[in-house]
Design a protein around this ligand. Structure first.
Ligand code: CA
Length: 234
């Protein structure tokens, strides 16, 4: 899964924050800081979804939304509008202009990402898998549940996010710093040994039934989850 998301937002720190977090979720991100260039960009790129700020210099997000909808080539691209206004009448106005959803600033990034995924899922059910599977390890994002074969694996929220993150790119090795940034968040200052503690907990829970350990420690580099097939994991 690598849906491409076009983020149109003139506040650069917010645009970068969105880019960082969307990329951590496995999305490909393109940024635009100016409404004027969006239509030109859409001539060349076909995003799976557009996150569109309402208040932009030049053409407003609302006007852009109208234009994107009016162009047959872009009419079907889902749009999530961002705005500082929270009034119900504005909400209705945004949706009637053709936005698929509407998020009011300030918003939490996880909430926005959840909305983005929900809109993508509606637009294209295959673009976001609810379930990640590696060998006999199955992680269900919507039910927030992990199973190892028939056995339910109970994880704390950090272990769940850690496993979800690793399972998005099996075989790829992540340093402790990268895991901290992606799972704990960029602005959280915790010791890198915290990662080891949570990997330890995750392993314990995953391998409670004496199964083979799917998590690989790469000395001097970090951690990855193995690209095992089912037979190897048993
Ligand atoms: Ca703005």
């Amino acid at each position: 899964m690598s849906a491409k998301i076009l983020v149109v937002e003139d506040e650069e720190p917010l645009a970068l924050l969105l880019q960082y977090n969307l990329e951590a979720e496995g999305f490909t991100v393109e940024l635009s800081h100016h409404g004027e260039e969006v239509e030109m960009m859409l001539e060349e790129t076909e995003p799976s979804l557009i996150i569109l700020d309402w208040m932009l210099p030049g053409v407003s997000g609302l006007e852009l939304c109208r234009r994107i909808r009016a162009n047959s080539k872009t009419a079907r691209i889902p749009i999530v509008l961002l705005t500082a206004r929270g009034e119900e009448s504005d909400r209705v106005r945004g949706l009637s202009t053709g936005a698929d959803d509407y998020v009011t600033k300030p918003f939490s990034v996880p909430e926005l990402i959840a909305r983005v995924k929900a809109v993508l899922r509606r637009a294209n059910p295959e673009s976001i898998a609810d379930t990640l599977t590696i060998g006999d390890v199955e992680l269900d994002r919507s039910a927030y549940r992990v199973k190892r074969g028939p056995r339910e694996v109970r994880l704390g929220p950090t272990e769940f996010r850690l496993l979800e993150f690793l399972m998005q790119s099996p075989g790829r090795v992540y340093s402790r710093g990268q895991l901290l940034d992606s799972v704990w968040g960029q602005n959280v200052y915790v010791d890198e040994r915290t990662v080891d503690v949570h990997i330890g907990r995750l392993r314990k829970a995953l391998n409670r039934g004496k199964e083979k350990d799917p998590i690989r420690t790469v000395r001097g580099a970090g951690y990855s989850i193995a690209e095992y097939n089912e037979a190897q994991l048993r």
